[in-house]
Design a protein around this ligand. Sequence first.
Ligand code: ATP
Ligand code: MG
Length: 447
Amino acid sequence: MFDLPRAAAMIIKRLNAHGHQAYAVGGCVRDSLLGIRPNDWDICTSALPEEMQAIFRDQHVVETGLKHGTLTVVIDHEPYEVTTFRVDGEYTDHRHPDAVTFVTDVREDLARRDFTVNAMAYHPETGLVDAFGGQEDLVAGVIRCVGEPERRFDEDALRILRALRFASTYGFSIEEHTAQAVHTLKATLHGVAAERIRVELGKLLCGKGVGRILRDYHDVITTVLPQLAPMVGFEQHTPFHRYDVWEHTVRGVEAVPPSEVLRLTMLLHDSGKPAAFTMDDNGVGHAHGHQKISRQIAEEVLTALRVDNATHDLVLTLVECHDWPLSTERTLLKRRLNKFGEEALWQLIDVQRADAMGKGTLTVEEIESRIGTIRKALQELIDSKPCVTLKDLAVRGGDLIQVGVGKGKAIGQCLDYLLTEVMAERLDNDRETLLSAAKRWKLEELG
Ligand code: ATP
Ligand code: MG
């Protein structure tokens, strides 16, 4: 169950040899017990920072946060955080302890940690230290605060979002008292840095239990993303949708592969629907133009979350174009390849599949069959190496100048014309054909 890396075992052994206690602790213990490979191995110890520095003098050491007792030992390019047992002082800013105090009992260190499943330590010889019932909660699939939930969330509001994140990642439920405190104290999340919220939200969205969390804790989600509040419970009044906007969104998020880009796209794709909503004389709802409004809302949300530019741009494109028609028709797929590029077009298909799943009007078989034929047609098209961008054309601007099409702006216009004709399969992509077409274009367009 515990596949302690050699380097981590060495660190623990060395600390022990110098008379200090040392354990693997936190996420790596939790994940090992769950049979999941840990991302990293954190170590806690009774050694003080200056003692650790002396003990690891011959190693590559980074002084990560000496004030808080943390030192990073880098072995074979792998970083291991080693932290002195500590208890936290007052939290006047709802996020960081004003001061920390080093202690000598591992149980005191475990008591400052957020959830029981994160508050276990492991020693390769003496085994598990589980002072708060973490093992039992892991087996039952429960996220429970160590100690009094209100106090723990009041100390550090990020823990509220971490509770949701861990519950989503592992498909766990949140213990009743902890859940109550999540709802009661959600407003304190306003003080948490956007970057931290983004990280937790990204992981939350990619978890296997995301549906339950978005449903049961929509009030928390809309506390950090107030732009989404109108979606909750918003009825659509249309035969094309069985669920309200939020439930449709939740189902869409669940149905798309767990990447941050795709999950954010599904979370935001219909965010503009409440603002775009109109009802006709027959009592049927419409949301004309919601895609543009969704894009604006997505832009606000992604900017507030400070996501990186690549994620920002891709999500906005997918949100705005989420219902662009797709079919098996080659020329249409070529235009889509030109607009989105290969990677984003595959993602758009994932989005449309998830969107359809979330509507609750077609069967899964109907959706899979339609999406399957589009994917097959796209793959065949890509295998045929189609010309879908200017750089795929068999001529360059220079060739057109040589045959006298002109220069400057005219060259760009002519290249665009040739690409459109080639993509529509009205012209073959070979040099001679394109040069004659360019000359004809010059006569017609420029006279
Ligand atoms: P991950 O798999 O995402 O790394 P993790 O549990 O290791 O999960 P980290 O943020 O790396 O999460 O934190 C390591 C450990 O430190 C946690 O397991 C927990 O014991 C403790 N911890 C982290 N953040 C907090 C917090 N905000 N409040 C209390 N304890 C925390
Ligand atoms: Mg970790």
